[in-house]
Write a protein that binds this ligand. Structure first.
Ligand code: NGQ
Ligand code: ZN
Length: 493
């Protein structure tokens, strides 16, 4: 892409979008709060023809809900008169890694540039795009991305959030101004939010000063502490929000800074980008004498609270150590394919007992099933084999990948995964009338969804007992799309 393809800066005073009326009021007017729900008359129940419970598939399932949680599970019970019979029910697939704002540049970086295009040339374009986004645009774009996540089967997102400051790099009056917009988008759509405010300080290994394109991301350790605290306040009104921390990468954070910020996690998740590009591995080796994952395992208390995002380039020893650490590998197969990152050594990692989940990262395309499909297909293409990631004869690839990614994703996002008593009433139903679902039951439904579903395979989505998607469409789709259209009008103007 050439410079002129992202047109010149919009006027500072140019209107951004109509309602909410003013930027200052927008924070107040769009609080980080779930929309009001009417008080249910009696105990709320939902009946499904079958459901993937935490301990396996069950038929004729009734969930009794209380305050958005599953209070009781009955199986092999008939649908009562007056009760709606819903299709096959799955837990939502956690989306453990998103940069919501990047949804707005999806498809705009697929034109060949003057030299060889790479992750690094993409990143330059992304930095230029970032410069066009204010708080209103970030909220509108995040709402669109979160709506699409819900419509395609994710009920919680891990937002790896690093766009903190104003366009000139100066902090907003509220250090969590942008975090509040992410929270507002989550509240508007209903998606569960694990907010991961990012610590970013350097342009490369050895504490290199940040570049101009990174001015909106950077903090010192004290400023970051204030951001984490303000992020907790910004998400306090949301149902079951979690706040963790996210040192951006070993490129952007020194060892000393990493040690200094870890206590801010307060028991919550710790996410870091790592070993995504071979250049990064080479630079880390040159700067520290160790490859990135080895360096991290040797210098940080990596355990089950951690999520190592990408971890694409692992040698055999690193694969084994990461698997045994209990941390989650945060795989982002669609983005990793789009950015030309490489292929994660999934068979060896799974054989060593490693946990993983999936994330939509750049949000170039948002589709939970397609993340799992791409994960498996990268293996099939490179190994010239089929059903690579299903580990035992007779086990379903879609079923195994889905269950593992539900558990790993929930762990990475600091919540419990799966459907059972005491867990949130977060449900996704497959559309029984979709051609790919006809005549399938149990794991065959998951295989058909992952490998053969395409658009339209999802029918309903509930979050905290409240239905937010029906017939595959989010209930606020029109309004969210209208605000997105307005926001893009100014971003791409
Ligand atoms: C990000 N994305 O933070 O959005 C990064 C690019 C970087 C991915 N790594 C920036 N996929 O890693 O320096
Ligand atoms: Zn990322």
């Amino acid at each position: 892409m050439t410079d002129d393809e992202f047109p010149s800066e919009p006027e500072a005073e140019a209107p951004i979008y109509t309602p909410p009326p003013k930027a200052e009021e927008a924070v107040e007017a769009a609080p980080a709060r779930e929309p009001e729900r009417p008080a249910p008359a009696g105990p709320q129940t939902l009946w499904f023809e079958q459901a993937l419970l935490a301990d396996g598939w069950a038929r004729d399932v009734r969930f009794t809900l209380s305050e958005g949680m599953i209070a009781r599970v009955d199986t092999d019970v008939p649908c009562q008169p007056g009760e709606t019979a819903h299709g096959p029910c799955l837990p939502g697939l956690p989306n453990l890694h998103s940069h919501a704002f990047q949804r707005a540049m999806a498809g705009l970086t697929e034109t060949r540039g003057p030299g060889g295009d790479s992750f690094w040339t993409w990143r330059e374009l992304m930095y230029r795009f970032v410069d066009r986004l204010g708080p209103d645009e970030v909220q509108a774009v995040a709402a669109l991305a979160y709506m699409e996540m819900l419509e395609t089967g994710s009920t919680r997102v891990g937002e790896f959030h690093y766009l903190h400051h104003d366009k000139d790099g100066s902090p907003y009056a509220d250090p969590a101004e942008m975090a509040a917009r992410i929270a507002a988008a989550a509240g508007e759509t209903g998606i569960g939010l694990t907010l991961l405010p990012v610590f970013y300080a350097h342009a490369g290994f050895g504490g290199v000063a940040p570049g101009a394109g990174q001015r909106r991301f950077v903090h010192d350790v004290d400023g970051y502490g204030r951001l984490v605290e303000a992020s907790r306040a910004a998400t306090a009104g949301l149902l079951d929000a979690v706040v963790g921390i996210a040192p951006h990468s070993l490129r952007a954070v020194t060892g000393e800074e990493l040690t200094a910020i870890l206590p801010l996690a307060g028991g919550g998740p710790v996410h870091i980008h790592i070993a995504e590009q071979t250049q990064e591995v080479d630079d880390c080796l040159a700067a520290t004498g160790a490859r990135p994952v080895r360096w991290l395992m040797n210098n940080a208390p990596v355990d089950k609270r951690w999520c190592l995002v990408h971890a694409t380039h692992l040698n055999a020893m690193e694969t084994e150590r990461l698997a045994k650490s209990g941390a989650v590998a945060g795989l982002c197969p669609i983005t990793e394919a789009n950015l030309g990152d490489g292929v994660f050594p999934a068979p060896d990692y799974l054989a060593a007992g490693g946990a993983f989940g999936v994330g939509s990262d750049s949000n170039v395309l948002i589709d939970a099933a397609e993340e799992l499909r791409t994960l498996e297909y990268a293996q099939r293409l490179t190994r010239r084999a089929r059903n690579v990631l299903a580990r035992a004869p007779g086990s379903s690839t879609g079923g195994e990948l889905f269950r593992a990614a539900v558990n790993g994703g929930a762990q990475a996002l600091g919540v419990a995964g799966g459907l059972r008593r005491g867990r949130p009433a977060d449900f996704v139903t497959l559309d029984r009338t979709h051609p790919a679902m006809i005549g399938r039951d149990g794991d065959a439904l998951l295989d058909s969804w992952v490998f053969a579903g395409r658009h339209g395979a999802i029918d309903g989505v509930w979050r905290g007992g409240r239905q937010v998607v029906s017939g595959g469409r989010h209930h606020a789709r029109e309004a969210i799309l209208a605000r997105y259209r307005t926001a893009l009008g100014s971003v791409l103007a």
